[in-house]
Design a protein around this ligand. Structure first.
Ligand SMILES: [Zn+2]
Length: 75
């Protein structure tokens, strides 16, 4: 996997995804990702993007001001 921005190599790791849903801030911790070794761009695989979308849909229903979810333990 190479960086979509600069083409450098990426390293597997974990990141915290923060999504502003307007009325709610969703924080997902320990999201698996690839991180560029040059510019720190974060790249998610298709699986992870789908999963994040599911988590976002669920968070919208709770409509708390701030939701903090652990990626691996989210239902
Ligand atoms: Zn890069």
């Amino acid at each position: 996997m190479v960086c979509i921005k600069c083409g450098a190599n990426t390293k597997k790791g974990y990141t915290t995804s923060v999504t502003d849903l307007g009325n709610c801030l969703l924080i997902v911790r320990n999201v698996p990702c690839y991180k560029c070794t040059e510019c720190n761009e974060i790249i998610y695989t298709g699986d992870v993007i789908q999963r994040l979308e599911q988590i976002i849909e669920q968070a919208k229903q709770f409509s708390q001001e701030i939701s903090i979810v652990n990626y691996s333990s989210a239902a």
